[in-house]
Design a protein around this ligand. Sequence first.
Ligand code: HEM
Ligand SMILES: N[C@@H](CC(=O)c1ccccc1NC=O)C(=O)O
Length: 285
Amino acid sequence: MTDRDRDGPEAGPKEWHSAKLDFSRDMSYADYLALDDILHAQHPLSPDRNEMLFIIQHQTSELWMKLMLHELNGAIESVRGDRLPPAFKMLARVSRIMEQLVKAWDVLATMTPPEYSAIRPWLGQSSGFQSYQYREIEFRLGNKNPAMLKPHEHNPERLAEVTAALYAPSLYDEAIELLARRGFAIAPEVLTRDRTQPTAYDASVEAAWAEVYRNAEEHWELYELAEELIDLEDAFRLWRFRHVTTVERVIGFKRGTGGTAGVAYLRKMLDVVLFPELWRVRTSM
Ligand code: HEM
Ligand SMILES: N[C@@H](CC(=O)c1ccccc1NC=O)C(=O)O
């Protein structure tokens, strides 16, 4: 037993006496994290106290999305460079972040319809539909749609970012390229497809994944990649589902501030399949 253990929780001030307390010349916690910037970035427009929840919920989601994109882009690079183990690490992190965002809906769901109605008029026509990080995540995962650039046309910097993601090969495109590099017969039109269009099902890709799953021992890295992708889409589906359910409980069937039908639009988004062959291949096992 050390002296520290013996002192117990009621030990005197000596436990923190050595702590650094003067930051007039050195970098502190708040300095390193730029806390003065992020903690002064909440600007409620309404007189309603619940607006703070609404703002922080979205700001924290955008911060997590920033990290998701960082990891997702790292994973795309790694798959392209045939470095699978680091890609697995990054993709696992992306999925855990998505799960974190799924859980975060519980906090927002404490907001009742009358509470939200007090804030909603102040939101104008702004909407999550205009989240450029979310759109980039969708594009990086292969759910491409050139029409989704439009809300960013007024801001050249954001437009450039989202446009780059629209034209770049998605994570799944890179996975399919990898299948081809590892000797699987992938239809040539899949490899030369228009990258600005959403991923579309292809039988040669399903056949390749079927072989991977049947001979997992032989194709262990591809097998692991497939399961990482399934994990990620699974988490993403849960996020979409919690979004539409939270929206329905808070605004019912009102139209969205972004101009869509609201719940009907979000329900339609539940039909999106990011990695179609990976889901279809399960039927044949
Ligand atoms: C009470 C809370 C919320 C309501 C009532 C709500 C409502 C809606 C509605 C109606 C749409 C459809 C677009 C429109 O016409 O406006 C939408 C889209 C969207 N919302 Fe929310 N939302 C809420 C919270 C959130 C949160 C916390 C996030 C997280 C960042 C979020 C992110 C998004 C995104 C990314 C879209 C676009 C989805 C797509 O295009 O597939 N929303 N939301
Ligand atoms: N589309 C929502 C508004 C909304 O949720 C929103 C507005 C501004 C900033 C973020 C938002 N969140 C997600 O769509 C609505 O129709 O009430």
